[in-house]
Design a protein. Structure first.
Length: 61
């Protein structure tokens, strides 16, 4: 399902400006439809997976 920047910001918790910056930097895929940029759910999950950092082991385990 495709969502506008505004819709994805509400759903993902990532601000509209940050989403636009990620798209401008080529870090977030989108579809240009006229003046609208549409983002797929898969594109945001792909970004999350690339951006996450591994958890550190606690207590030497």
């Amino acid at each position: 399902m495709l969502k506008t920047v505004e819709q994805m910001a509400l759903i993902s918790g990532i601000g509209e400006n940050k989403l636009r910056q990620l798209m401008a930097d080529g870090e977030l895929e989108f579809i240009q439809n006229g003046n609208r940029r549409l983002i797929s759910d898969q594109a945001i999950w792909d970004y999350y997976n690339r951006a996450k950092t591994p958890a550190k082991a606690v207590g030497g385990y």
